[in-house]
Design a protein around this ligand. Structure first.
Ligand code: 5GP
Ligand code: MN
Length: 324
């Protein structure tokens, strides 16, 4: 038994209300982990707000309870804040971040990001393990360690979260613990039904845009870097949101000889949201941290201000510095 776990159990026994949140532009781990918490807490009789600053990605809306998500913070202060997968306190979004800075209620964090942001001094209790394959694994540890009841709703949320964050159990973070957890969770889950919802209902417009984007990939730094841009005009023209283009970067990383892929998604004039994916020796999290972002060794992100050509120049410089 982990001491932290039983302390959290004691907090849960006293709480009547709670708020659960993941991070901006939530991914599958953020959504699945938040939903698992939501079902866990409501199952304990705690009236829980499932908050998100941004919409859930379209392909995770099938998860039970996803329709309870609210963009509104409750007027009353909840007895407990439970934050999952955020990477940094401010990544819950401005309004909730401000609340968290001023509240007297306990703030709990479950996260598997590298702790660049000293989250331990911001939260009252943290469960951080950068080696965990997903934040959902940390919740699975808590639930099993404390003997809390597993339900179908919780299991499917955790299962989807782990599958999403490990690239279906392929990425470097995939380990025995993740396989063992899925082995237990699959008692409640139909793997094909979940996979079909997440990966087999792609809008045709998304594939058409992917085609356009793949044709525009630039190889830089002697072929070690693959970069591409997604403009606001493209998203408008194809009527797609950011959730539709999140997976595109994996094609760029998958190119022979490429060690790092970078996607520049335009979010304003001379402003880009950058996603990095690496394989081999390049530490994407550390590079992102230099630019005010963060993440993991092989997957990270940050905001970049400048033109796309300036961005390409920057990539040349970074790769020249860090590639071996
Ligand atoms: P993505 O490229 O999918 O947005 O992010 C890759 C990984 O890096 C995810 O685990 C994500 O949570 C993390 N990440 C992305 N952007 C940021 C950022 O600006 N700050 C921090 N701390 N983590 C980020
Ligand atoms: Mn995430």
């Amino acid at each position: 038994m982990t001491t932290g776990h039983s302390e959290l159990s004691a907090i849960l026994r006293r709480a009547r209300t709670a708020l659960v949140s993941g991070h901006v532009n939530p991914d599958g781990d953020s959504v699945g982990s938040a939903l698992a918490c939501y079902h866990l807490l409501t199952g304990q009789g705690i009236a829980t707000t499932l908050y998100s600053i941004d919409p859930f990605p379209y392909n995770f809306l099938f998860l039970p309870g996803a329709d309870r998500m609210s963009h509104e913070l409750p007027a009353e202060e909840p007895d407990l804040y439970l934050i999952v997968d955020a990477g940094a306190p401010h990544r819950v979004g401005e309004p909730l971040h401000r609340r968290l800075q001023n509240t007297k209620s306990p703030k709990i964090l479950f996260d598997h990001h590298v702790n660049y942001h000293d989250q331990g001094s911001f939260f009252d209790q943290t469960f951080i393990d950068e080696h965990a394959a997903a934040t959902a694994i940390l919740l699975y540890r808590f639930i099993t360690d404390q003997g809390l009841p597993m339900t179908r709703e919780i299991a499917v949320a955790l299962y989807a979260a782990v599958m999403a964050d490990t690239g279906s159990m392929r990425y470097d973070s995939t380990d025995r613990e993740a396989f063992l957890a899925l082995g237990e969770l699959v008692a409640w889950v139909d793997p094909w039904a979940v996979a079909a919802k997440i990966w087999e209902e792609t809008p045709l417009a998304q594939l058409r845009l992917l085609g356009e984007v793949l044709s525009s990939i630039r190889l830089l730094a002697g072929g070690k870097a693959a970069v591409f841009e997604i403009t606001q005009e493209q998203l408008r023209r194809y009527r797609l949101g950011p959730d539709h283009v999140d997976g595109f970067i994996n094609y760029a990383r998958g190119i022979e000889g490429v060690e790092v892929a970078m996607r520049f998604r335009e979010i304003g004039p001379r402003l880009y949201r950058v996603s990095m994916r690496s394989k081999g020796s390049i530490d994407a999290g550390r590079i992102s941290h230099e630019f005010g972002g963060g993440g993991h060794r092989n997957a990270a992100g940050f905001d970049f201000s400048g033109s796309f050509d300036e961005a390409c120049q920057l990539v040349e410089e970074i790769v020249a510095r860090v590639a071996r």
